[in-house]
Design a protein around this ligand. Structure first.
Ligand SMILES: CCCCC/C=C\CCC/C=C/CC(=O)SCCNC(=O)CCNC(=O)[C@H](O)C(C)(C)COP(=O)(O)OP(=O)(O)OC[C@H]1O[C@@H](n2cnc3c(N)ncnc32)[C@H](O)[C@@H]1OP(=O)(O)O
Length: 291
């Protein structure tokens, strides 16, 4: 799916426009202009994000450092998007590892306090920022690896699933999954689609209906993560793995992209049809109540 988005962003101007409308892209850029990284190795820091870029390997490491649990607030999401935009514009950056500086937690998902009791304008901006983060990671031209060094529920799990590869700390205290159902909320369809693309239809059905959080071993078993390593080894394994991914010629990447793009389009058409059916059904119910 991620590759599919990459392809359409490269080759389909129409869809780019569609996606940019969806994501309200430029939202982040409007706040702060991106800067190109000039040094051989560099480090740039916002309050909540630290990026170390090694120009010799072309690999950047994004450390999420928003205490206590890297919850995805509007401010944090905006910082993530800005950092991604900067890296994306630097053509020498080919790989991105995303990890957490917070102990025991990769990301606690969407910031619940940023969704509750806020103005409609804030909620709209917040929700656009969530979509923007998703699109930017999924549509990135860089190879992305999530170094999941702690728990990663809900939006945290989504963030990791938008990456090409996930390495998780092998600590049974940690968990990962889309647990929205347990919170009494429905995961948006694109959360669901992202999970289907990662673990398949049946596993997603079970995961979402029951709001399951998986231990690292369980997550590995269903393919929600790709590799487990000792807690101390998550980041080094991620950078080693990146070397392998970057050895694959980009052209092959693009070929796979076309296959996935086809699947993604089919999925999108189905989703639109299903939305139309729901609207028609809702109207029918409404009418039958009137008479
Ligand atoms: C606005 C537009 C709305 C449109 C709505 C449309 C559709 C709805 C779709 C909604 C989709 C939602 C996806 C989500 O991501 S919802 C968030 C779900 N997240 C969780 O369920 C995680 C909850 N947290 C935990 O499980 C744990 O905190 C932990 C991450 C495993 C870490 O555990 P631990 O180390 O033990 O830390 P604490 O539990 O003590 O927490 C420390 C501290 O952090 C606060 N906190 C935790 N999670 C969040 C969060 N998601 N947002 C904000 N704050 C969080 C927690 O309250 C503690 O704070 P205090 O120290 O002040 O008590």
């Amino acid at each position: 799916m991620k590759m599919a988005l990459r392809a359409c962003l490269r080759t389909k101007p129409g869809l780019t426009a569609l996606l940019s409308q969806l994501s309200c892209s430029g939202h982040a850029a409007a706040r702060r202009a991106p800067a190109l990284v000039a040094q051989r190795s560099s480090s740039s820091t916002s309050q909540k994000i630290k990026v170390d870029f090694d120009q010799s390997s072309g690999v950047a490491v994004m450390h999420m450092q928003s205490p206590p649990v890297n919850s995805l607030s509007l401010e944090f999401l905006t910082d993530v998007c800005i950092a991604l935009e900067k890296l994306e514009m630097d053509k020498s950056c080919r790989g991105l590892v995303v990890t957490s500086s917070q102990p025991k937690v990769f990301s606690a998902g969407l910031d619940i306090l940023d969704m509750y009791g806020k103005s409609p304008e804030h909620c709209a901006e917040f929700w656009k920022a969530v979509q923007e983060m998703w699109l930017k990671f999924y549509g990135s031209n860089m190879i992305t690896i999530a170094a999941v060094n702690g728990s990663s529920p809900a939006g945290g799990c989504l963030l990791s699933m938008t990456c090409d590869y996930r390495i998780m700390a092998d600590n049974p205290r940690y968990s990962i999954g889309l647990n929205e159902t347990k919170l009494g909320i429905v995961a948006p369809f694109w959360f669901k689609d992202t999970m289907v693309n990662t673990v398949g239809h049946r596993a997603t059905e079970m995961a979402l209906q029951l709001g399951l959080l998986y231990s690292p071993a369980e997550a590995l078993k269903i393919g929600l993560v790709d590799q487990l390593v000792h807690e101390d080894q998550v980041l080094t394994t991620a950078t080693e793995t990146m070397t392998k991914w970057l050895a694959i010629p980009g052209i092959l990447n693009i070929s796979y992209t076309c296959h996935f793009f086809h699947l993604w389009c089919c999925n999108l058409v189905c989703t639109i049809c299903s939305c139309v059916c729901q609207v028609i059904a809702a109207k029918k119910i409404h009418l039958s109540q009137d008479f």
